[in-house]
Design a protein around this ligand. Sequence first.
Ligand code: GLY
Length: 300
Amino acid sequence: MKPAMIVHGGAGPWPDAEDSARGQALVDALHTGWRILEAGGTALEAVEKATNILEDFPLFDAGIGSFLNQMGEVEMDALIVDGAALDFGAVAGVKHVRYPISLARRIMTDTPHCFLAGSGADLLARQLGFPVMSNLFFVTEAEFHRFHEKQHAAPRPQGTGTVGAVALDTRGNLAAATSTGGVPDKMPGRVGDSPVFGAGGYADNRYGAASATGVGENILRVLLSKYAVDAIAGGMNARAAAAASIDHINSRFQDSQAGLIVVDRDGQVGAAHSTLKISIAWMDADGQPRVSMQGGVGVR
Ligand code: GLY
């Protein structure tokens, strides 16, 4: 079976001057995942390793570059979903793990649990020998300045840099990954959609897989990623399912500020958004990388 892959770096407004750097990071992530898929590796491995690249890229709100909470700290959430087993691993509120998505995968594979939060998750990372950093490691200069100037600054647009990846491997397995620093100025302890199974991501080999981005408080209420995969189960392809999911969230919230990427079991890819922009990269039918900052629902 021919593999398929699409990645995102968030939905929302951001300066056009950043488009090129964001696009290049997405292509780097896509190539990382694609090499794994082309070599016969699993969709799970591809989405994890692609997401690691995005977690390291400082313009995205995940890993390094995460938004700061009201205390000036980074708290990160991540979810990985294995569509073969309908299984997932998730972390919430981690402060020290270099690659939250990789810890989420190990929770799925190496523990009896699905979801660990806060200090327990950070402790497991240490026990597993993960790179464990000081919280300041994740704070970029730009986010540091934004935090200190927020009294005088205009309100920050929300949901502009969660990252995610969705893939289909040569054996027909689907996987999804989503990683985020949440929303800017969030209350300490706030958790959004990203680590929640069915909201921030979902995958089921029988139908498709999805990863969401945008304002978690809206996405959680409609379980956006599950909605997309249910739409595929109902007969839609990835493109139509992405559009239907955004229509659905828009029907419930005036300003839904959401986006998602989707792959169906036939290897079609789709993306849709209700924000000004969504940053995505995908492999087209000829195996060539394509990038868009405007999304659109038909990307293959
Ligand atoms: N979608 C990211 C968040 O709301 O935390």
